[in-house]
Design a protein around this ligand. Structure first.
Ligand code: ADP
Ligand code: MG
Length: 238
């Protein structure tokens, strides 16, 4: 079983879609307080991995331990309640709702009463307090990503999973997200961040896991990963 510092541990975790094995018997562990980046080529299984952890996908085989308990059979709602938050790769803000109304959605699923304070806190945390009344459709791309992170972070998860939070963003917007992600980690949140841009990964992460064809290909600190010839071949196309 997992040791005390481990917040997440998978054991021989496997996900098959018909004949395709998207995640192939993966043992993946991360310590409480870590900010881990998950990288790898398109189709490597990164998004599937996070969807298994959050309960969006059911595991075909293997186990998932979170915070010392086996959560493999728990519903995604129950996993959220226990402190697992996720921002999916596909956009999930509601365009016609304001920033505040979007943040209200996750909060009202678990809480009741007056939510104005937690909503303001969540918006403030991601730098969107001044945009609280703005329809999500009128927010910039970078603001929309921050809103999504705010929605996922609103419930103060212990483990926050971010699937490509800077895809399509400008350098300035990436820098804002890097600062935000680093702050959340410094506040004590454990994070797993999927990202392609190796410079962004370098900016935020200490340790990196490289996924390839559903398996862990390498794990190490960012300098080791950047210097690894085989990683460069499969991932960076060099
Ligand atoms: P990544 O996020 O690393 O790009 P994914 O986890 O999205 O990779 O996909 C891994 C593999 O699983 C790919 O071959 C993809 O086509 C397949 N896959 C992902 N989701 C599904 C699904 N819902 N149904 C069938 N195949 C899927
Ligand atoms: Mg993906």
């Amino acid at each position: 079983g997992p040791d005390t510092d481990t917040i997440l541990q998978t054991e021989r975790l496997t996900k098959r879609f018909g004949g395709l094995t998207a995640i192939d018997s993966v043992d993946f562990g991360i310590d409480e307080g870590e900010l881990r980046c998950l990288i790898g080529p398109n189709g490597a299984g990164k998004s599937t991995m996070l969807k298994l952890v959050t309960g969006r996908h059911e595991a075909t085989e293997g186990r998932i331990y979170y915070d010392g308990i086996d959560v493999t059979e728990l519903s995604s709602h129950e996993r959220v309640r226990r402190g697992i938050g996720i921002k999916f790769q596909a956009p999930s803000v509601f365009d016609s709702l304001s920033a505040a109304e979007n943040v209200r959605l996750p909060l009202q699923r678990t809480g009741d009463g007056d939510l104005s304070e937690p909503i303001a806190e969540a918006l403030d945390r991601v730098g969107l307090l001044d945009e609280r009344e703005t329809p999500a459709s009128d927010l910039s791309h970078g603001q929309q990503q921050r809103l999504e992170i705010g929605m996922a972070a609103a419930l103060s998860p212990s483990l926050l999973l971010l699937d490509e939070p800077v895809a399509g963003l400008s350098i300035e917007e990436r820098e804002e997200i890097a600062t935000l992600v680093t702050e959340l980690n410094e506040e004590g949140m454990t994070l797993i961040v999927i990202e392609h841009d190796i410079d962004f990964v370098d900016r935020i992460a200490d340790r990196v896991t490289v996924l390839n064809q559903g398996s862990i290909f390498r794990e190490g600190d960012i300098d080791e990963i950047r210097a690894d010839e085989e990683v460069r071949e499969i991932y960076l196309g060099e």
